[in-house]
Design a binder for this molecule. Sequence first.
Ligand SMILES: Cc1cc2nc3c(=O)[nH]c(=O)nc-3n(C[C@H](O)[C@H](O)[C@H](O)COP(=O)(O)OP(=O)(O)OC[C@H]3O[C@@H](n4cnc5c(N)ncnc54)[C@H](O)[C@@H]3O)c2cc1C
Length: 314
Amino acid sequence: MDSAREFDAIVIGGGPAGSAAGLYAARASLQVLVIEQGMPGGQIATTDIVDNYPGIPNITGAELGQKMLDHAESAGVEVAYAMVLAVDRSEDGIFTVKTDSETYAAPVLIMATGAVPRTAGFTGEDTFRGRGVSYCATCDGMFYRNKKVFVVGGGNSACEEGLYLAHIADEVVMVLRRDEFRAPQGRVDKLLACDNVSVKYSTSIDSVEGGHLISRIAFRDNVSGETYVEEYPEGSVGIFVFAGNDPVVDLVRPMVEIAQDGGVVTDETMATKTPGLYCAGDMRSKKLRQVVTAAADGAIAGSAAYAYVRELRG
Ligand SMILES: Cc1cc2nc3c(=O)[nH]c(=O)nc-3n(C[C@H](O)[C@H](O)[C@H](O)COP(=O)(O)OP(=O)(O)OC[C@H]3O[C@@H](n4cnc5c(N)ncnc54)[C@H](O)[C@@H]3O)c2cc1C
C-alpha cells in the first residue's frame, strides 16, 4: 500500500456540514483534512440566494459556501480537492481514505457527503440530462429565457425553483404526480400568483424524445391512465426535476445503519455504530435538510471528534 498521509481527523465533503466539522475540530487543536470533489459549499453552491441562514440575509449560495470553507481553512484545516473513491477501517481503528490521487489515514472520519437530487424516472431522462433535463434552476435556468419549462414536483424546492424560473422563462408548467402540492400553502400561493405559472395536477411525464434537444413530451394522466403527447420546436422547452434528494452514503454503507429515509442513523453526537465514524448534514437521517442544520451537525461532529481523539490518546 502507498504510504498514507496521517491526520487526527478526515472530513469527506466541503459543504456546510463538512466545513463546520473542520472548523470545530481544528479550533479544538486537531490536525484536520477536508476532502471535496467539487465546489466549496456543496448543494448550496448551486443556488442563487440563501435568505434563511441566521444573521447573513441575502447572500449567494456560492459565496456562503466559499466563506464557510475559507473559515475552516483559516482555523488550520487543510483542504484537498479530490474525489474519495474508497474508505476502509483497520482492526486497530484507523480509517484509510483513498482519493483519485492520494491515500490518507486518521483515527476519526467525519462523513459529510450530503445528498443528490432524485430522478423522476421517465424514459429519456438520462439521455436528455443537460440537453433539456435539469436538476438545478439556478445553474441552468438562464438557458430557458423566453422559453417554456416544465417543473416536476410539488414540494418545497419545486415551488422555490418554479418561482425562480417564472422570472426567466415565458411559461412555467408545474407537473404534479398528485392532485395537490406538498409545499406550505404560503409558498404555493406565491408561486401561483405569477401570471405565467400553471399546473398539471395528477400528471406524470412518461417519456421525452427529440434530436439533440427535446421536441416531444409524453404525459400520463394519473387518474384516467391515458397518455398524450405535446410537440415543440426542438430546444424551445426544458424539464426541471425536483423530486427530493438521496443521501450519499455508499462509501460507508457497510459501517453504518441506514434509516427509512435513506440517511445514516447517528446519536446526538453524530456518532454512528462504528467507533470513530461520524456522519453530519444531509446524509444523516433527519427531518430538516438545510444549511443551518448541516452546519450545526458539523459543529457537533467536530467537537465529538476532538473528545474521541482525546480519549484515545489519554
Ligand atoms: C437548489 C437548492 C437550493 C437550496 N436552498 C437552500 C436555502 O435557501 N437554504 C437552506 O438552508 N438550504 C438550502 N438548500 C439545502 C442545503 O443546500 C443543504 O441542506 C446543505 O447544503 C447540506 O449540506 P451538507 O454539507 O450536508 O451537504 P452538501 O451540501 O450536499 O455537501 C456535500 C459535499 O460532499 C461532497 N462529496 C460527496 N461525495 C464525495 C466524495 N466521494 N469525495 C469528495 N467529496 C464528496 C460533495 O461534492 C459536496 O460538496 C438547498 C438545496 C438545493 C439543492
